[in-house]
Design a protein around this ligand. Structure first.
Ligand code: MG
Length: 161
């Protein structure tokens, strides 16, 4: 693997349920529901993690952090993201920039965006201006629009260190 840069894409979706904390980009957001899954089910961090792994053709989160492995139960997705960053660093690549979208009907995420970007940037070892995160609703359509789920999309550019 010697190209000067590589790009990757990631996507994730998790069901919203009562009795779970809502974590997006490693930030706990006050809300009456949270995302269901084996780890903290942070759809934004998961999409970025898969984009990182995809850029380096290293498979996906299921390959590296299987939900059959009890050590990943309730894992912090930022720890998984840090792990993925280490894998791409070992191949000689660094994150150049990330652009991500969180699909959530509620709550409004604007007030948390600065903290989310700062936290993701710290884990990815880049500056916050290299991490873009946008929030969109689904205009009431489909599972996200009905408030049954949240989803994340991300693209990442890696450059050779
Ligand atoms: Mg996931």
């Amino acid at each position: 693997m010697s190209a000067p840069f590589r790009i990757g894409i990631g996507y994730d979706i998790h069901r919203l349920v009562e009795g779970r904390r809502l974590i997006l980009g490693g930030v706990e957001i006050p809300f009456e529901k949270g995302l269901l899954g084996h780890s903290d089910s942070d759809v934004l961090s998961h999409a970025i993690c898969d984009a990182l792994l995809g850029a380096a053709a290293l498979g996906d989160m299921g390959t590296h952090f299987p939900d059959t492995d009890q050590s990943f139960k309730d894992a912090s997705s930022l720890d998984l993201l840090a792990n993925a960053r280490g894998l791409i660093a070992a191949l000689g690549y660094a994150v150049q920039n990330v652009d991500a979208v969180v699909l959530a009907e509620r709550p409004r995420l604007g007030p948390y965006m600065k903290t989310i970007r700062e936290r993701l940037a710290a884990v990815l070892e880049v500056e916050p201006n290299q991490v873009s995160v946008k929030a969109k609703t689904s205009e009431g359509l489909e599972s996200v629009g009905r408030g049954e789920a949240m989803a994340g999309h991300a693209v990442v550019l890696l450059t050779r260190k």
